[in-house]
Design a protein around this ligand. Sequence first.
Ligand code: SF4
Length: 326
Amino acid sequence: MGSVTEVRIANRTGFCYGVREAIDRAKEAAAAGKSTHTLGQTVHNEGVIRDLNTLGIQNIDSLDDVGAGAAVVIRAHGVRPEVMARAQSRGLDIIDGTCTWVSQEQRELSRLVDEGYTIVLLGTPGHPEVTGLLGFAPDVILVDEEPEWDLIPRRKRMALISQSTQPPWKFAKLAALLTTRSHELKIVNTVCPVTIRRQEDTVELARTVDRMVVVGGRSSANTRELTRLCEMAGTPTVQVEGAAALTDAGAFAGASVVGISGGTSTPIEDLHTVAMRILELAGTPAAATHARELADAALSGAANTARSTSHPELTAAGLAHASSVS
Ligand code: SF4
């Protein structure tokens, strides 16, 4: 028999505004009757991709996959400037979903290049946002984990900037190190406030529950960081990609209250599904019977039940109806 009586969802979770805006732009283009594509997956979430596919929005890996006139949505991570230039030269209908925060990062990086700094970028190699940033400053010194920092040379004028979802503590630690490596150090703090707030709310929740479940892509750095912070708060934590991965009731043995949080690419609907799954799998008989009501309560208890889209009416059925009456 299970022991879980309550689930709680962290405040300010669900998609970050950058991801939501990019998805909104894609849905608006499809609703306007455009042949719409996303360059790379907007988020690594099967449910969201399926949802977009039902609206006729296809993912492409290369601009060569579409012909002139096709609408191509640039995702929140942004792209290298040459990708944008090539899309324009090919006559594509560019819908720029680059997050405003990432656009600002790109501008700041260009300015540092113009000012002649030796630039250190804290970021994860291969992450789409970092790949895009490198297009604005190909000569940056890109570092991620601490052991790599020893390789940073001494320079007279250095600048530090960050990928948006890097942990704030890591950025501060690297900044401190760079004060010993340079005469002049310019620090441009581009850690996204959404990331910081999410971490704060998640840790606050972790301190009040018996177990935490963090939902997000396996390769998502901001999801892994949430898991790490929950564990540092002393709360046993399980990280999963979705509800289907929760199959072991033993993970919740003895737990009464379970907290749930998710990465910036995890829709809040997934947190609700995970809440129901936990209650069905490991709830007391009463909690398992009322899994949906308890999960609904957890969702409405989160201060920001951030929408996954500004256009809930834009479904495949909705579009079909619109075209039949127009
Ligand atoms: S995490 Fe922040 S910077 Fe990155 S896409 Fe979301 S809102 Fe934009």
